[in-house]
Design a protein around this ligand. Sequence first.
Ligand SMILES: [Zn+2]
Ligand SMILES: [Zn+2]
Ligand SMILES: [Zn+2]
Length: 322
Amino acid sequence: MDKQQREKEDEGALLYRFAHLVLPYLEPADLASVSATCKALHVVSKAITSRRISDACRYLENYPIPFFNSVDSELYPNSIYTPVQTLPTSPSIPSLCWGGDIGGGSGPVRRDPFVVRVEGAHGCDCESCGSNCPCVNFSRECGPSCGCGSECGNRLTQKGLSVKLKVVKDRRKGWSLCAADFIPKGKFICEYAGELLTTEEARNRQRLYDKISKSSSFSPALLVVKEHLPSGNVCMRINIDATRIGNIARFINHSCDGGNLCTLIVRSSGALLPRVCFFSSRDILENEELAFSYGDTTLNSTGSQCFCSSACCRGILPAEHT
Ligand SMILES: [Zn+2]
Ligand SMILES: [Zn+2]
Ligand SMILES: [Zn+2]
């Protein structure tokens, strides 16, 4: 091999290694343009794209949730994944690695679900939490202030996904979360994970999203859950924004008849903030779309069209007057 040939091969090897390190950080459009420049980069970006399509959760859940699209050319939607709720991040989120071959296969990395803890709070001291556990008796899950570990049976919603799901693109509704297997009634599906906002922040973002939605096909995922006292007064309001950063719950569409999911506000001992969790409200068949009611409080006349196709469809998506 002469010197020139060797140098050329070294260059090729370097480009290849470099591509494996850099390309997983690229946005879909940039990845596509890099892919078109040469054969080596095309091969690497093709592998990254297929890994991205194979798991919407970026290897952060117990098993992958693939994307399926037979209606148009969008391969996968791009947003940052978090398996648990987070505090608001700065507007410019640095790009994160997705679809690289390094780190895949190391198994799910569950992050602690509690962003804010109550210092000095008392949990239980059980060896094994059953009907005598004070947490169970106060209808809350065990949490950071309990003596029991992650194996405790009273931590149902803290162990990540336990049902098989997939994200399928619908011609009219866009990306939708569907069952990839039969799901019996009463099963924990997932948490609604995203950025936890104050009501003021939520209102500011809602105004911004309303503005953007008017000029583009932008789909915000800002959920407002209100807890009511028996008197009907709101006693607690949780604002979770999964638009830029969130988990697979952001793909759950609205259904005017309430769909097949119910939302439950779950509290845990020693955690300051409750979490919003989805459970199946009836048996769900394989391939069936998951849906819940986004709320019926105020119907905003500028809301988007609803395609839930339920018998009681109001034709327009509910929009909260925040
Ligand atoms: Zn206990
Ligand atoms: Zn426990
Ligand atoms: Zn406990």
